[in-house]
Write a protein that binds this ligand. Structure first.
Ligand code: GLU
Length: 320
C-alpha cells in the first residue's frame, strides 16, 4: 500500500527552523518511499489562525524546496483541507462515539479550554479525575435543562494502547497515564485537537504520521478515537526536537529564526536544509543541499532519537 503522509501545520504564527525540520522529515519520509503527501491546515483555533500565516506557511514550504500532492496551494484554496471547514464531520464522529457510550458530557469548569490548540510538552499535565463520568442520565438532563454547558470527554476503559514508533521504538500507555478521559469538544462547541486530528488522519487515509516527539502523549488518545471509530491506525514517527543553546526548543518565540526572517535576511534555502541535514546526521558536515538529494539517503527508522542541539555556530553558518 502506498505511503500517505501529511504536513499539518497550525497557521497561528510564522514557521521557524523547528517547523522546517518537521516539514523536511515528513516530506523525506514520504518521498523516500514513493508515497504521497497531503497538506492540511490545522486552523481549529479560529481566533489565532490567519490566512496570512497560511499563505506564509505554504510559501515557506515551497521556498525550502518541498512540495505536496494534495491540499490547498497559495493559488487555490481547498476548503476540505482546512479543519475550520470540517466541524460537521467532527460532530458526526462525536455523535457516533456518543451512540456507542464512549463520549460523556462533563460540566466541570476547568481550564481545559486550551485543549483545542495543538499540544505542548507535558500537555497531559493534570489527569482528569473523572468527576462527571458517572453522572446519571437524569442528572445530565437536569444540568442541561438548567443551562449547564458541557464538554464531551472520551470514556476510557483502562486499556493500554501499544504501537511501534518508527523512531522511538515500542510504546505503550494507558489514557490514565496521558491525562485520563480527555476532552473532544469544549463547552463552547470548539472541537479538540485530539478529535480533529484523529478523525482527519482516519478520513484522509493517512498511513504515516511524522511529528515532533512533544506530541507523543497525544498518540494514545488519538489511537483510542481511531480504534473506537473503526478507522485504520497510521504508523507514527515522533521525531527529535531542535534545541537552542539555552536548552529551550527552537520555537516560535525565536522570532529572528522564523523562515520568513531568514529569507528576508538573504539566507539561501539549501543552507537551511543543509544545516538541518547535518544536525540530524544525514550528511557529514554543513553544506548546502537540495532536499531531493537527501531522498536516497533517508530512512526514518535510522534517525537518532535524542533531541538535536543547535549551536550558535550553526546559526552563524546559516548567514555566513
Ligand atoms: N498542528 C500541529 C502543530 O502544528 C501538528 C499536529 C500533528 O502533527 O498531529 O503543532
Amino acid at each position: 500500500m502506498a505511503v500517505r503522509g501529511r504536513l499539518a501545520p497550525s497557521p497561528t504564527g510564522m514557521a521557524h527552523l523547528g517547523n522546517a525540520w518537521a516539514f523536511l522529515t515528513a516530506w523525506l519520509a514520504v518521498r523516500s518511499q514513493g508515497g504521497e503527501l497531503v497538506l492540511r491546515m490545522e486552523d481549529l483555533d479560529l481566533e489565532r489562525s490567519s490566512v496570512v500565516f497560511m499563505q506564509l506557511l505554504m510559501s515557506d514550504i515551497r521556498w525550502l524546496g518541498l512540495d505536496w500532492d494534495e491540499g490547498p496551494t497559495p493559488e487555490r484554496e481547498l476548503a476540505q483541507y482546512h479543519q475550520s471547514n470540517r466541524f460537521g464531520l467532527y460532530e458526526e464522529m462525536l455523535e457516533r462515539l456518543r451512540g456507542s457510550g464512549l463520549a460523556y458530557p462533563c460540566f466541570c469548569s476547568r481550564k481545559d479550554l486550551l485543549l483545542a490548540s495543538a499540544p505542548h510538552l507535558g500537555d497531559a499535565g493534570h489527569a482528569y479525575p473523572g468527576t462527571c463520568r458517572h453522572l446519571s442520565p437524569e442528572e445530565v438532563r437536569a444540568r442541561l435543562e438548567a443551562g449547564g454547558r458541557a464538554a464531551w470527554r472520551f470514556r476510557s476503559d483502562g486499556r493500554a494502547y501499544e504501537f511501534n514508533d518508527l523512531v522511538l521504538g515500542p510504546q505503550r500507555a494507558t489514557l490514565e497515564e496521558c491525562g485520563g478521559d480527555f476532552s473532544m469538544r469544549r463547552p463552547d462547541g470548539v472541537f479538540s485537537y485530539q478529535l480533529a486530528v484523529s478523525v482527519d488522519d482516519g478520513l484522509m487515509g493517512i498511513t504515516q504520521v511524522v511529528r515532533g516527539r512533544d506530541i507523543l502523549p497525544s498518540t494514545p488518545r488519538q489511537l483510542a478515537i481511531l480504534d473506537a471509530l473503526g478507522m485504520a491506525r497510521p504508523a507514527y514517527a515522533h521525531i527529535p526536537l531542535l534545541m537552542g543553546e539555552d536548552g529551550e526548543r527552537l520555537a516560535k518565540r525565536h522570532a529572528s529564526l522564523s523562515l520568513d526572517a531568514l529569507r528576508t535576511r538573504g539566507v539561501r534555502p539549501w543552507r537551511v536544509i543543509g544545516l538541518l541535514a547535518s544536525i540530524a546526521g544525514l550528511i557529514d558536515r554543513r553544506e548546502e543541499v537540495h532536499p531531493r538529494d537527501l531522498v536516497p539517503l533517508f530512512d526514518i527508522t535510522k534517525l537518532r532519537c535524542h533531541d538535536y542541539p543547535v549551536s550558535q555556530a550553526d546559526l552563524d553558518w546559516l548567514e555566513s
